[in-house]
Ligand binder design. Structure first.
Ligand SMILES: NC(=O)c1ccc[n+]([C@@H]2O[C@H](COP(=O)([O-])OP(=O)(O)OC[C@H]3O[C@@H](n4cnc5c(N)ncnc54)[C@H](OP(=O)(O)O)[C@@H]3O)[C@@H](O)[C@H]2O)c1
Length: 344
């Protein structure tokens, strides 16, 4: 078989999937400069073939096998969300030798260790820049920019929906219920906001960040977890007198617990919950739907990022950066095969 393109199959064609296609179309010339062969979106999996899409011109299918069983598809981009049936699809894609790009924090927090093991065994890539902090390219920065350093502490505002709700309560004096409705009307919150307001979405992202920063695995259940549902306007007014505002904060660090008869054992302490912070805290600058992350590292010291943590274009852009990295790898592998006189 002789290929003349890098073929992509999308699992999901919603907010992020369509944002990815917009990114590819807008940056067509730049992408062509970077790759010797074009990126082709062969098919996108959806639930409903009848639904109106704002991005047109993509071949849609309701059958996952059209993508998973297509030998010409090099990269599967999973942007359908949820744990099931997504886990089975991603696993099947990796086992059949396809590279996978995903933005799915729930999937990665629950099954990331296993899926990365499969990817390593199969010699394929599994990348997930869009899963944490949306448009802020944080995972690549940790993996490459900080590869010679050691992260000692993570503090972050990792969920835009809850940050929007808390900001509305502080700045506009809205009750929790009114601010939640405003977030839903603006498209920032799902009709069922439980995953955001309970802190579970933040905990999933913290699990992924811990893995990247500390090279140690924790489970969602290991994160001490509470949400924003109990924050009241009265409490906000009282704390404002002290110059404090509420933030749903994700925090993690490594602690050494002394074990009898053993050397010190390293363990991660991770928690998600409301913290009241003052203006001196850099994370107080993170308002509205933005996300922010502060890392303390051994060599560089304090680092801080802020920006859009969600949205089709921002997250689609992060997914596209992963797609490009994998596409370069695919083309390099093909060239190596070709130079050995084999067609691939
Ligand atoms: N939205 C963001 O800003 C954002 C930011 C960071 C990360 N993410 C992550 O990105 C992923 C996608 O999010 P999204 O906002 O793009 O979701 P979305 O708008 O709800 O889109 C999901 C897409 O997947 C399809 N789909 C879902 N379940 C399916 C099933 N069982 N079989 C076939 N197709 C199915 C849907 O088909 P239909 O269109 O036919 O319903 C839809 O096209 C999630 O993991 C999310 O956590 C999103």
């Amino acid at each position: 078989m002789v290929y003349s393109a890098v073929n992509i199959g999308l699992l999901g064609f919603g907010t992020v999937g369509q944002g990815l296609i917009e990114g590819i179309r807008w940056n067509k010339e730049k992408l062509e400069e970077q790759l010797d062969e074009p990126l082709i979106i062969k098919k996108a999996l959806v639930r409903s073939l009848e639904k109106e899409r704002y991005v047109q011109g993509i071949d849609l299918t309701a059958s996952p096998l059209d993508i998973l069983n297509d030998p010409e598809i090099d990269i599967v981009v999973e942007v359908m969300g949820n744990e099931h049936p997504t886990y089975a699809y991603v696993k099947q894609a990796l086992l059949s030798g396809k590279h996978v790009v995903t933005a799915n924090k729930l999937l990665l927090a629950k099954h990331g260790v296993e899926l990365e093991g499969i990817a390593r065994h199969q010699g394929v890539q599994l990348l997930y820049e869009g899963s944490v902090l949306g448009g802020i390219p944080i995972l690549r920065t940790i993996q490459h920019g900080l590869s010679g350093d050691r992260v000692e502490e993570i503090r972050g505002i990792l969920n835009g929906t809850t940050n929007y709700i808390l900001t509305q309560m502080v700045e506009s004096g809205q009750s929790y219920e009114t601010a939640l409705k405003a977030a839903q009307a603006a498209g920032y919150a799902e009709s069922d906001p439980t995953m955001d307001v309970s802190g579970l979405d933040t905990a999933c992202k913290l699990v992924i960040l811990c893995r990247e920063c500390f090279k140690m695995n924790i489970r969602i259940e290991d994160v001490e977890l509470s949400g924003i549902q109990d924050v009241t306007l009265e409490e906000i007014k009282n704390k404002q007198i002290e110059g404090k505002v509420p933030k749903l904060m994700a925090q993690a660090g490594i602690v050494k617990s002394e074990q009898p008869l053993n050397d010190a054992v390293k363990k991660i302490e991770a928690k998600v919950g409301v913290e009241w912070i003052g203006k001196e805290d850099v994370l107080s600058q993170v308002t509205g739907v933005d996300n922010g992350l502060a890392l303390k590292t051994k060599l560089v010291g304090e680092l801080f990022w802020k920006g859009p943590g969600a949205g089709g274009l921002a997250t689609g852009g992060a997914v596209l950066s992963d797609v490009l990295e994998v596409a370069r790898y695919v083309l390099l592998s093909r060239n190596q095969y070709r130079s050995q006189g084999q067609h691939f």
